[in-house]
Design a protein around this ligand. Structure first.
Ligand SMILES: Nc1ncnc2c1ncn2[C@@H]1O[C@H](COP(=O)(O)OP(=O)(O)O)[C@@H](O)[C@H]1O
Ligand SMILES: [Mg+2]
Length: 327
């Protein structure tokens, strides 16, 4: 998984690189106008009230800036950010320990919150609503609930699949903000900022070529940018031209439409095994030997958005555009 261009999990070095290119303030956070407008208002209100910001749910495909935004929020509020991953919390006690550690106005960021275990999730309800932990002690007739007060905190939940959140959890978020794929123009701005950060002189054409082949995703744009930088270094190029970009894209196996090898594999399996569909996600996942969740959360959103795949009640079908592309 680590070598692929589209991943939801990051390995160690990737994380370090990401840290280097993360927006350091709101002016570096490009695009997602609606999301940023909402957050800006909520942050300002929190600062005036000298109280925790309202809980917010951020949803959208991987690599669009959810974690980055959470970092900027806690910075703007002047509070500490605590990052946890939903599926990694195995027991109620683990989450209780995190919650009781929070200071007033702190931000708790739960990534992949749709994958949190239901029994663990339940303690979030009173924590979010009343800043209180209800803990059941003992068993049977002698069982009783103990209540622990928590500091007023902000929960930021991030999810690639907001539809999979339980209703009680979803209802407790005051704001639901959805991230969209970025237009090439916005990715171009991000690339310009980041090229400067890594001391790379990018030609206008090179910039737009990367922007158009990044699946609307800043994380992917950054990955291509780093590979382009490698080429420029090795070739001792002063300014990066389309030539370096083309070489990097071909090394990363990204085609003219910005699709990577897994995208193309999905489309060709649909075409050659299932005659263009309709095909269900289970069957597709079995044929591809790829996890169902990864297909649905990482690959499909962009393929759907760009009209390569269509969703029908009977399953996914291949569009004419896709059939022509992989012919
Ligand atoms: N709006 C943005 N402006 C600038 N850079 C961004 C933006 N969104 C994402 N990025 C870049 O993409 C990388 C991945 O974003 P991240 O916040 O980790 O995405 P997510 O948490 O949604 O998977 C970040 O390191 C950052 O460099
Ligand atoms: Mg993230």
């Amino acid at each position: 998984m680590a070598d692929r261009i589209v991943t939801s999990d990051l390995n160690g070095t990737e994380k370090e690189h990401e840290a280097q290119l993360r927006p350091q303030n709101f002016s570096e956070f490009i695009g997602q106008k609606k999301v940023v407008e909402n957050i800006d208002l909520m942050v300002k209100s929190s600062v005036i009230r000298k109280a925790a910001m309202d809980h917010v749910l951020l949803s959208g495909p991987p690599g669009l800036g959810k974690t980055s935004l959470a970092m900027l929020i806690s910075k703007a509020i002047g509070s500490e950010l605590h990052l946890v991953s939903g599926p990694a919390i195995e027991k109620k006690g683990d989450l209780a320990a995190v919650l009781t550690n929070l200071k007033p106005k702190d931000v708790l960021f739960i990534d992949e919150i749709h994958r949190i275990h239901i029994t663990v999730e339940e303690i979030l309800y009173s924590a979010m609503e009343d800043f209180r932990l209800d803990i059941l002690i003992g068993q049977g007739a002698s069982a009783r609930t103990m209540q622990i007060d928590l500091a007023p905190f902000t929960l930021i939940g991030a999810t690639t699949r907001s539809g999979l959140l339980s209703n009680p959890l979803r209802d407790r978020f005051m704001a639901h903000l959805n991230f969209d794929f970025y237009e090439p123009e916005m990715l171009g701005k991000i690339l310009m900022n980041n090229a400067r950060k890594i001391h790379l002189d990018l030609s206008e054409e090179a910039k737009m070529q990367i922007a158009m082949r990044s699946r609307g995703t800043p994380r992917i744009a950054n990955r291509i940018l780093r590979r382009v930088r490698d080429f420029a270094l090795v070739n001792k190029s002063k300014q990066v031209e389309y030539k370096e970009v083309k070489a990097a894209l071909s090394l990363l196996d990204i085609d003219d439409l910005g699709l990577d090898s897994m995208d193309r594999k999905i489309l060709s399996v649909m075409k050659n095994y299932y005659h263009g569909g309709p095909v269900g996600i289970e069957a597709l996942s079995a044929t591809l030997g790829e996890d169902k969740q990864t297909i649905e959360e990482v690959y499909e959103p962009y393929l759907l958005k760009e009209g390569f795949i269509l969703r029908t009640p009977r399953g996914r079908t291949l569009s004419e555009k896709a059939a022509i592309h992989i012919a």
